[in-house]
Design a protein around this ligand. Sequence first.
Ligand SMILES: [Zn+2]
Ligand SMILES: [Zn+2]
Length: 343
Amino acid sequence: MYYFVSYSPSQPEKEFSFPRSHLAWHLYLNFIYIHLSTDCSIKNKMDPAGAILPLKPPIPHKSRDQMEEKNMKIDGHTHTHYCPHSSGEETAKYIERAIELGFDIYVLTEHPPLPASFCRKLPYPEEVVTALAMKETELDSYIKEMHQLKQKYKDQIQIRVGLELDYLPDQPDWTKYLLKEYANYLDETILSLHFLKGTNGWRCVDLTPEDFEEGLIKYYGDFHTVQKVYYQTLKEAVCLFHPSRVGHLTLCQKFQHYFINGRHVMEEAKEEILDILSITKRKGLSLDFNTAGLYKKYCLETYPSEWIVKEALNLGIPLIFGSDAHAMDQVGRSYDLYEKAMD
Ligand SMILES: [Zn+2]
Ligand SMILES: [Zn+2]
C-alpha cells in the first residue's frame, strides 16, 4: 500500500496527492509506523551507535553527484518566499541573482513546518512561533512550486529542491515522517539544530542574545555548558538521521562576542565536535560552509569556525558553500571566502 501518486520531479505538471480521508490517514500512519519500527530494529542491530537511519538516504546518486559537483559553483543553503522570516521576495528573484553570479547549482532548503505539539512547547509569543517556519498546509505547494521553478530555469542553472530539516530531540518521529513522506520529491536535505531544551520549554538557539541568556544560559548555568549540550544534541541528530548535509554546525556560537568567554570552546565540546566530524565522514555526508554568521554582529565568522573547517578538510569531508540567503541580495554572499578556504 503506497499513497504517493506517481510524481516525477521532471514532470511537475503531474499532480501528486496525499491521503486525505480519515481512514486513509489511519492506514497510512500504520504503514509508516510499521516501516519505521522495522527500520529501527534493523539499524539498531547494524549500527553500533544505535542510530536509526531511514531506509534509504534522500539522494539516490550521492557519489555520482559529488563527482559532478567538483569545480561547480554551488549555493547549497538558501531560503524562499515560503519562509515567514525571509524578505518576502519571490524565489525566482533569488534564482535569477544566482544565475547572474554564475552559480551552476542552487539548492532550495526551506524550513519545513514544525509540528503543532512542538510549537505548544515554545514559550514565545504567537507571532514569534509562526515566523519560525511555513504552515503545515503549505508544504505540498512549496514542493510543487519549487519543482516548477526547477523546470523553468533548467537551461540556466541546476536547481535542487530540498528542506532544512530540524532535529527536534523529543520528537524525532516528525523529522522521520517528513523524510519518509517527501523523500521522493527531495533532491537534498540539510539537517540543522535550532532548538534546545531550556527555560519553560524548548528555546531557539539563534533568536537574540537576550533570549539565549534567559532561555539557555540561565537554564544550564553558563555559556560553555550550553555549547556542550548543543554539540551533544547535534551528535545525536547526526547519528539518528542521514541528511545530505549537516547545517551550520556551530550555530550555538552566533552570539559568542556578546558573552564573556563565548569564543572559547572547551575541550569537552571540542571532543563532541570531532565526534560529529567523524560520524559525518563515516556516513558520507557533507558539511554546510555557511557564511551567514559573518554578517551577525556577535558571531563574525562562518559556521563552522575556521579550525573545524581545517579538521573537516583533513578528514576529506566535502564542504558545500551555503549563503543561507533569506533575501535576494544575500545569495552567494562571501563565496570568495569559501574559495580561499578550499584552496
Ligand atoms: Zn538554519
Ligand atoms: Zn537556513
